[in-house]
Every structure is written in structure tokens, then in C-alpha cells.
Write a protein that binds this ligand. Structure first.
Ligand code: CA
Length: 227
């Protein structure tokens, strides 16, 4: 049974999340503070952590760094603001995913399942996205393999690919990609994204000339094939 560390200082939110996780056969432990969480993580191993960004003692970002200094732990953040979400998906933290408040417990549990599938070797079966479209994403190492070959990606190419792989089949608008990948960088504009998608496609094409998994949705944005 996968063990989940939940760190959330609002009890009402924590209670609904705990209920939803247990319903799904997961084994959650709830901590109200970062201090409690560090003690819990030192005492026994966890398969994944759900961290509220706004904690009373140590912020969720700092807690993430301290937890990961000891073990390579997949992390999903609970965020309350868009700028927090941008940092979560940025390169500073390399989080596996985030869920913005207010969220449905069901959605959070689905994200937890997806991250566990990606990160637990030999655990649950590989996701269709990984197995079927040939990608293996290592968020901790910020590496992506395509059809077994490690891709040599720039920071922004990696960010784009990671954002698309996080939601296979879903269309991400240029604005969403800009938020997630570029954050508050000064280099902005639709052309920036299009240029990086083009170089990313060329690198995928170099590995597999028959493959073009990134779809352009005219006037909307981009998606990556789900399988
Ligand atoms: Ca909070």
C-alpha cells in the first residue's frame, strides 16, 4: 500500500484529502507542520509527499528541499496562488505536479496515482503515456528518454516537454506553457514557445524520424499524444 505524507496546516482540507486517499487504498499520514513532517520522514519511508506551500513553520518549498536532501521523494504541491504554481513547475524545485486550491479531492487522488505510476519502478503498471508514446520522464533528474534514448534538451525544451507529458492528450495553451515553463522570465511571446517547440520536435525527429508526438492545435496551443 503506497504511503503518502500529507503536510497541510488546515485541518478541514487535510480531512477531506485523507478520506479520499484512504478510499483509494492509499496509506496517508497527516502532519500539520513541516517540523512534524521531517520527523515523520526520518522515522519511516514514504512513496510520495503532498505538501501545502503555505505552512506555518517552514514553507512547503523549503520543506521539499529538506525532505529531498535525504531521499528522492516524489512531491505534489498544494498551491493557493498562480505564482506559487509557476515556481512549483519551475526548475528550482522539480516538483512532480501541483494542485491549485480549491481542488477536488478526487482530482488530487488522480494526480497522486499518476505520479506513483511514473515513479514507482515495478509498482503500478507504466502509464499509457510512458509506454505507448515512448517517453520516460525522470522529474527528479530532469531527464527525458524517448524510445530509450536520453534527449539532450535545453532548460526550456525540457520544461515544455515536461509540462506536456504531465497531461498527455490535454491541450495546453501558449499562456499556460509560458506560465509554467518561463515563469517570470523576461523572454516572452508566442514566438518563443513556437521556436522551442520546433527545436524540440527536431530532436524527437532525430531519434525517431517516424514520430511526431507533439500536436499543434491552431489558435489553441499544443498537446502531446496520449498513446
Ligand atoms: Ca496553508
Amino acid at each position: 500500500m503506497p504511503r503518502i505524507l500529507l503536510v497541510e496546516d488546515e485541518s478541514a482540507i487535510a480531512d477531506t484529502v485523507l478520506y479520499a486517499l484512504r478510499e483509494e487504498g492509499l496509506d496517508p499520514l497527516h502532519c500539520l507542520t513541516a517540523g512534524e513532517a521531517l520527523a515523520a520522514a526520518a522515522a519511516k519511508p514514504f512513496d510520495l509527499a503532498i505538501l501545502d506551500v503555505g505552512l506555518p513553520d517552514l514553507g512547503g518549498f523549503a520543506l521539499c528541499r529538506q525532505l529531498r536532501a535525504r531521499v528522492d521523494l516524489p512531491v505534489i504541491f498544494l498551491t493557493a496562488r498562480q505564482d506559487e504554481a509557476d515556481r512549483v513547475l519551475g526548475f528550482e524545485l522539480g516538483a512532480d505536479d501541483y494542485v491549485a486550491k480549491p481542488f477536488s479531492p478526487r482530482e488530487l487522488v488522480a494526480r497522486v496515482r499518476a505520479v506513483l505510476r511514473r515513479t514507482r519502478p515495478g509498482g503500478e503498471a507504466a502509464t499509457p503515456a510512458q509506454a505507448a508514446n515512448g517517453f520516460e520522464h525522470d522529474p527528479g533528474g530532469m531527464r527525458v528518454r524517448f524510445r530509450g534514448r536520453l534527449l539532450d534538451l535545453t532548460r526550456y525544451e525540457y520544461g515544455l516537454l515536461a509540462a506536456l507529458l504531465a497531461r498527455p492528450g490535454a491541450v495546453l495553451t501558449r499562456a499556460q506553457l509560458m506560465d509554467r515553463v518561463w515563469g517570470d522570465a523576461l523572454e516572452t511571446g508566442d514566438r518563443t514557445i513556437d521556436t522551442h517547440v520546433k527545436t524540440l520536435r527536431a530532436k524527437l525527429h532525430a531519434v525517431a524520424p517516424d514520430a511526431d508526438p507533439i500536436r499543434t492545435h491552431r489558435g489553441l496551443g499544443y498537446s502531446i499524444d496520449a498513446g
